[in-house]
Design a protein around this ligand. Structure first.
Ligand SMILES: Cc1cc2nc3c(=O)[nH]c(=O)nc-3n(C[C@H](O)[C@H](O)[C@H](O)COP(=O)(O)OP(=O)(O)OC[C@H]3O[C@@H](n4cnc5c(N)ncnc54)[C@H](O)[C@@H]3O)c2cc1C
Length: 416
């Protein structure tokens, strides 16, 4: 007999990935409880840049980044940093990252990422419609800007790869670029516009709206910090940090950058690290932004949200414990002022978030080695919002015994 207090499924983590999965599973008729140590939208899902970057099919781990990295690493406040205090710990992950940059592995990751993006894009609008969040969707595209013909030329192999995967874009000269986004500094000579890049009005409000929808459909969200999982007869036992235990038939582990700690209690070592990112959100009147603008050579974007203008990005391979270094957010804001001369930089709110990243830039979606009753759904790196609806679909397929909508072998948590 079914225990009324024991849900069919417990999802650990009320970020955009956990809540999307919870909603998709709930829609298949299972009872679902979501546990989060802080409550909904406490992690990376709250402060990200809000992009559904469906055209971002090229893994970060690629020969291109290996070329840029040495120059970037020279600047302690630049687009990529490894704090000396964390250099030894991150070294094994970086070695795996470097190995994932071989042309063969990049081709494999690109194909897997393309399938995931296609699924996520196809799932997104029906998901938004079902959760009442469709009005939050914006289709304003993305403008990547370059400071010379040479920089555009260097990016062409990446665009060729995207073209091969059917992605639409237009290379623009300076005047066509300024028609799309007026107010760019003269140093930007060329651009590439991708119309198929969508965004959400505000990622935190979106995640909170998902939480509301989940509750309205009968789901429960409770506060609990989960410390360990243990397979038991017919399900899984969860132990919280305060020692309390509870059981469910299935568990979905979606605790973002902290997921590997919980997976380890099942005896599984997953090389999840965090790429810490920073931003500053300025008041809405800070700049007349018409599209999301990516300053690729400097590793940050400027995004128009319903709640303000967000300037941020960068990667700091600094682990989960070091304090934030908000000078990084200040450095990006300073550059943004130079790149968008009319930008009003007063009144900003700074933020740091933990991107949950695996070395090959693909997420971990699949069953735990120790038990088929635990499904992993984490490690989406720069693309957790983008791939949330697709991940939700795959988790729901796995939990209801259906063949996953796409081949998930490349996302196997055991691939490392
Ligand atoms: C600066 C920046 C910009 C970004 N821009 C974009 C973008 O434009 N588009 C995009 O797609 N992605 C973007 N990302 C990445 C995206 O934010 C993440 O991939 C995504 O939010 C991950 O979602 P998640 O639900 O897996 O994790 P999170 O949102 O971090 O949620 C994990 C949840 O788990 C909870 N938790 C952790 N440990 C425990 C525990 N032991 N017990 C219970 N609960 C626990 C936390 O409290 C948290 O609420 C960006 C990230 C950053 C940092």
């Amino acid at each position: 007999m079914k225990d009324a207090a024991q849900p069919d499924v417990i999802v650990i983590g009320a970020g955009v990935v956990g809540l999307s999965a919870a909603i998709a599973v709930q829609a298949r008729g299972l009872s679902v409880t979501v546990l989060d140590r802080e409550g909904p939208a406490a992690g990376a899902s709250a402060g990200n840049a809000g992009a559904f970057a469906f055209t971002d099919i090229l893994p970060l781990a690629s020969p291109g980044i290996l070329k840029k990295a040495p120059r970037w690493l020279l600047d302690p406040l630049g687009p990529l940093t490894v704090p000396p205090a964390y250099a030894a710990q991150i070294a094994p992950w970086m070695f795996r990252f470097w190995r994932a940059c071989s042309p063969k592995r990049v081709a494999h990751s690109t194909a897997a990422q393309t399938a995931m993006m296609d699924l996520s894009k196809a799932e997104l609008e029906p998901f938004l419609a079902a959760t009442g969040t469709l009005p939050m969707l914006r289709k304003e595209g993305n403008l990547q800007v370059y400071e010379s013909e040479a920089e555009l030329k260097a990016s062409l192999p990446g665009w060729k790869a995207r073209a091969e995967h059917g992605i639409e874009f237009r290379h623009l000269d300076a005047s066509a670029m300024r028609e799309i986004q007026p107010g760019l500094a003269p140093r930007f000579t060329n651009g590439t516009f991708t119309p198929g890049w969508y965004s959400i009005a505000d990622p935190k409000l979106y995640t909170l709206a998902l939480a509301d929808h989940f509750r309205a459909q009968g789901g429960a969200i409770e506060r609990a910090e989960i410390a360990a999982l243990r397979p038991v007869e017919g399900g899984v036992e969860l132990t919280a940090a305060d020692g309390k235990t509870r059981r469910a038939r299935h568990v979905v582990l979606a605790a973002g950058a902290f997921s590997h700690r919980i997976a380890r209690t099942l005896g599984e070592r997953i090389p999840l690290e965090t790429e810490r990112g920073y931003n500053t959100t300025l008041p809405s009147n800070a700049f007349d932004l018409r599209t999301q603008v990516t300053f690729g050579g400097h590793g940050f974007v400027v995004t128009r949200l319903s709640t303000g203008i967000r300037v941020g990005g960068a990667v700091e391979l600094g682990g989960l414990k070091l304090p934030p270094n908000f000078r990084r957010a200040e450095a990006m804001l300073k550059k943004a002022q130079t790149f968008l001369p009319g930008l009003k930089s007063e009144g900003g709110v700074q933020w740091m978030g933990f991107r949950p990243s695996l070395p090959d830039s693909l997420p971990a979606i699949g069953r735990a080695r120790a038990t088929p009753h635990v499904i992993y759904a984490f490690g989406h790196g720069h693309l957790g919002l983008t791939q949330s609806a697709g991940t939700a679909r795959l988790v729901a397929d796995l939990l209801t015994g259906q063949r996953p909508a796409i081949d998930i072998q490349s996302f196997s948590p055991q691939r490392f």
